[in-house]
Design a protein around this ligand. Sequence first.
Ligand SMILES: *Cc1c(COP(=O)(O)O)cnc(C)c1O
Length: 365
Amino acid sequence: MLNSKNNIQKICISNIARQDIIHLQPYQSARIIDNNTYNKILLNANELPNNTIFNLKINTFNRYPEPQPIELLNNYSKYINININNILITRGADEGIELLMKVFCTSHDDYIMFFPPTYGMYKISAQILGIKYRIINNLQNQQLNLQKIKENLFNIKICYICNPNNPIGNLLQKEDLIQLLNITKNNTIIVIDEAYIDFCIKNTLVSLIKKYNNLVILRTLSKSFALAGIRCGFVIANIYIINLLRKVIAPYPVPQPVSDIAIQALQKKNINIMFNNIDILMNNKYWLIEHLKKISFVKYIYPSVTNYILVEFINAEYIFKYLYSKNIIVRSQNHEPQLKNCIRITIGSFDECKKLIFILNQLSL
Ligand SMILES: *Cc1c(COP(=O)(O)O)cnc(C)c1O
């Protein structure tokens, strides 16, 4: 009974909805795979294991918040050493990815470009907005294929470049990025997604905002700052681009509790704690790599400057399921043509790293 009624509803609605949305393959959020996080070791979403406790400074919520909270702009501006007029606060870096397409791309006409293997949301946001995309795979050495990119830049409004790249964990060559910025100066926006740049902060391109009008940088508090739960990110660009983005962002996009916590996280003392957390995590990473290297069914570990490592196993599907059965959740990349048998492992606490190695060592393949 219920079923047939549901089916009729589904048929009616599917006549109204966009066909491309009905067939859209949505983002596989790490939390969808596993709702019940109790007792599990979560190494699949590149979150930090640190759980700092924050208290809200303001506890009443009957008024709309400041559209762009000035104290948060000031604190982030100090952290990255850029004028507040060059910053837009967003609902995570993910919102920044989409806002840029809304400003620069006309549906069904314009193209974006991205460079797999890379972060999945560039493609999905484009699909949701009906924007076309052109894909240029990275070279074998995981660097940009500049030659091929140059030949295919016609009609491209935005290039999305993840640096350091997810899921590999490597940095792209600065000379390549500069060359691309120079070639595209008057025609294409170059977006550098620096979600993981705090792990190797010297490599940020933020200071180039002044030099290249077409450069846009995305940042987030979700990873290094251990604040994935508050959904807070930033777009950094010249004033003209920031003002266009302000036109299309939703009204009051930064909830009061979000800015309250973000402002605290960006105080000098807490920024020092963040960098200290990173140091500890990097030591965990070196320890983990040393021990993974000794395991016979580990084939290759990609060099990483971030809080995750991409590991090629003899049989990733088997390893993924085995770890899952032991309550250790990692992220398989086996579906990516270039990353057969690869699993992305977030660096957890030292205890979590030890547990992972202990569990893997129980296997003999
Ligand atoms: C996690 C991640 C994001 C999304 O960040 P949010 O601020 O949580 O939306 C964007 N880009 C890359 C490369 C990421 O890994």
